[in-house]
Design a protein around this ligand. Sequence first.
Ligand SMILES: Cc1cc2nc3c(=O)[nH]c(=O)nc-3n(C[C@H](O)[C@H](O)[C@H](O)COP(=O)(O)OP(=O)(O)OC[C@H]3O[C@@H](n4cnc5c(N)ncnc54)[C@H](O)[C@@H]3O)c2cc1C
Ligand code: SF4
Length: 480
Amino acid sequence: MANKMLRFVDLEKSMPDKREADSRRQDFDEIYEDYIPAAAAEQAARCSQCGVPYCQVHCPLHNNIPDWLKLTAEGRVQEAYELSQQTNNFPEICGRICPQDRLCEGNCVIEKAGHGTVTIGSIEKYITDTAWEEGWVKPVRPLAEKPQSVGIIGAGPAGLAAAEELRRQGYKVEVYDRYDRIGGLMVYGIPSFKLEKDVVARRAKLIADAGVIYHTDCAVGETLAFEELREKHDAILVATGVYKARDMKAPGIGLDNIVPALDYLIASNRKCLGDAVQAFDDGSLNAAGKRVVVIGGGDTAMDCVRTAVRQGAEAVSCLYRRDRANMPGSQREVANAEDEGIDFQWLSAPEAFLGESEVSAVRALKVRLGAADATGRQTPQLVEGSQFTIKADLVIKALGFDPEDLPKMFDVPELQVTKWGTLKADFRTFETSLEGVFAAGDILRGASLVVWAVRDGRDAAEQIQKFLERKASRREVVAA
Ligand SMILES: Cc1cc2nc3c(=O)[nH]c(=O)nc-3n(C[C@H](O)[C@H](O)[C@H](O)COP(=O)(O)OP(=O)(O)OC[C@H]3O[C@@H](n4cnc5c(N)ncnc54)[C@H](O)[C@@H]3O)c2cc1C
Ligand code: SF4
């Protein structure tokens, strides 16, 4: 029913040569099944149009799923697209990388009845990919230009969704990012076999075509002072994500070839984009021919094990201290990794890293799950005498991320943070402890998902608009 169909969009910067891009992509290719129109319509027609749209309720954007499924089933794809893009700035991206099994599809009534979910994500992707092909996707055009401007720090999904919504309202919007490309973790974190980089680049271009100005290679707090931005703009949105990799203490942790997950994934993504990546070429961040051990059980860990398989690793193991049922990430991603031959060592924790200067093995201990803690999760307890060893030439630490110290980085101690280091903001207005400074995405809620970042970006944009309207009317009163 499905048709394997890969598409390439020439990118000015990212993929200058299509053939080169094609050959690069072969190494990292996902078995990608794109719907052809008949298959999409047939799948969409499986929606029972149940009275209570649990799928919609459990989609963070409350996408109008039943209605766009109905339109797709009737072959009215352009109308389906118009409807779906009203609630989502990146429908083809969410369609590709949302953990649908935990969100819309996991709550599909047909799935609950045991007949297999309607493949909502794939249909959302099909609708929007078709819209791009047909030329229905257009940059937003504000009805009237407004004099006020907003500065957005961070060009990830939260910052970009807010930028597009604020531009729609006619504000001048400038986005500042320390990376050289637009997209945040959609470019440098999520592997290209899950999300092709040209799909992100064409969205970035669309937002630029709407009049949003990008400043890349611009690290706020380093190359540009935060206070300078506050003076320049009427409001600021901080959407900087979370990037401080969690670490662990164990004998031998400082050996060579034990690397943080994001370093490994960024190198792989840059290679796919055609950049010169010395650490990949010299083998230090390349799993080809190696025995790889990934530590952690979340989605980042799954991305690492699956990337290592595509790079031609000799063997890939994953050590996780809880059992399969307690994996924090998407069960679908775990199933994909199992299908690809990953050796999962559940209920196992590293005890020491062995080797002379480079790592050669990981010594681990078995774990049993004890009594539940305050959060309701069972506490892992090490089992004495249960040591075992796994040979390793490359160890990847995928233990999660914490926020960087933003008050210090931006040199504004008054910017308040929570005990987790995320920005403290009013949950209704998204405003931080600094007047006119708002927050959205991972830096507000902690490491999360693209779809939640989009939701935050949209909600924050609405609140920024209200703030700017109040500010403008105050000015009018003073002037009168
Ligand atoms: C490896 C990995 C895989 C993932 N896979 C998925 C997935 O499959 N599905 C899913 O839904 N989610 C996934 N996520 C989570 C998702 O990517 C994030 O939740 C989402 O990108 C957060 O969006 P954001 O806009 O808040 O931050 P980000 O995407 O992190 O963007 C923040 C941007 O701010 C910039 N920035 C930071 N500090 C500064 C500064 N001082 N000055 C200027 N710019 C700055 C950064 O360069 C970055 O571009 C994954 C995350 C990782 C790490
Ligand atoms: S945005 Fe994500 S959760 Fe919502 S309908 Fe699309 S795939 Fe499902």
